[in-house]
Design a protein around this ligand. Structure first.
Ligand code: UDP
Ligand code: MG
Length: 318
């Protein structure tokens, strides 16, 4: 091949992934070998684990894997900073020098690693961003399917561009990463940011497998936090909706006032207790909800203004 092959880095966030990390490494190193043989990538391509403050032996295993093969690199966070921050560290810390492509994938390999070959081919053909998109969700529980679908629908309604059924399995080239580094917000919602960057993109379809071993690190609590964060990072529509609701309530109450006045003037008075109670509770509820939504945004401003580091790195294995 006349042109120099591209250097690829595969980034894997890992939080308590002791049961899978060795197998994952084996599969990915074999995949790298195969792609090097096919002259798709250069021989110095590597994989990097971001240990997101695991409490099990994930980091110890990463160290011994690194000792066995220098193509395994690692970043060790001082504590748990979350999946999104682990991805950001992986995309920016070890990959800013001479890496051409970065692929992010979960350490449990639920996303089909073989799709990486197709992603690299598309990138070699000039695509800057390649999204891994799941073409079926049969490995998910009905609840996860339902909640994910509702989430993408709500995002769409709020005018946020996301790629349905695309999680954080994607390839980015250095051009995209350079732009990405200019996004300085603390709370990153990567699935919304990348589609907003632009450039030439493509999609690769795959079927998502069951988790190889270990258990999910995304309980309902974390999923809800993730969804709220996605919405409030990209849209102020919830505030607009509350305002519109307020205007509607006000209009209704003016009409209602006229009605009550007429009743009073015609001396047609009733006890009025049920109506009173309902209004008090309803209006109270709506007001609290409104304050809650606004509070969510103010909290977000507070966090952004503090501008704290997104993560703290304890060790790096280069
Ligand atoms: N993960 C992480 N930090 C966390 C939670 C998860 O780095 O606080 C990693 C985890 O190790 C995995 C990926 O994020 O590589 C996705 O997590 P998981 O597979 O548990 O989520 P699910 O596939 O069930 O949505
Ligand atoms: Mg998983």
């Amino acid at each position: 091949m006349s042109v120099k092959e591209k250097k690829l880095a595969i980034v894997l966030p890992a939080y308590n992934e002791e049961p899978v990390i060795e197998k994952t490494t084996q599969i990915l190193l074999a995949l790298l070998d195969k792609m090097v043989q096919e002259a798709l990538i250069s021989a110095d391509s590597f994989i990097v684990y971001i240990d997101d403050g695991s409490k099990d032996k994930t980091w110890a295993l990463t160290q011994s894997l690194h000792a066995g093969d220098s193509r395994v690199k690692g970043i060790h966070f001082s504590r748990n900073f979350g999946h999104q921050n682990a991805l950001i560290a992986g995309m920016t810390e070890l990959t800013d020098t001479d890496v051409d492509y970065v692929v992010t994938i979960d350490a449990d390999l639920q996303d089909d690693p073989n799709s990486i070959v197709e992603m690299v081919k598309l990138a070699n053909d000039g695509k800057d961003l390649v999204y891994g998109v799941r073409n079926d969700r049969t490995s998910d529980s009905w609840f996860k399917r339902f909640s994910a679908q509702s989430f993408y629908k709500v995002m769409n309604l709020l005018g946020v561009q996301t790629i349905p059924n695309h999680a954080d399995f994607r390839l980015m080239d250095q051009k995209v990463l350079d732009v990405f580094k200019q996004y300085d917000e603390r709370d990153m919602f990567l699935r919304g940011i990348f589609p907003s960057i632009g450039f030439k993109s493509a999609e690769v379809y795959y079927a998502r497998a069951e988790r190889e071993a270990g258990e999910t690190k995304y309980p309902l609590r974390k999923m809800l936090k993730f969804a709220t964060n996605g919405i409030t990072s990209f849209s102020v529509k919830p505030i607009t909706m509350i305002r519109n609701l307020g205007i509607a309530m006000f209009t209704v109450s003016v009409i209602f006032m006229i009605y009550v006045l007429c009743q009073y003037l015609s001396k047609n008075t009733t006890s009025g207790w049920p109506m009173l109670m309902i209004s008090v509770w309803l209006i109270g509820g709506i007001q609290l909800m409104g304050i809650g939504v606004i509070g969510e945004y103010i909290g977000k401003i507070f966090m952004e203004v503090k501008h704290r580091p997104r993560y703290v790195i304890e060790t790096k294995l280069k």
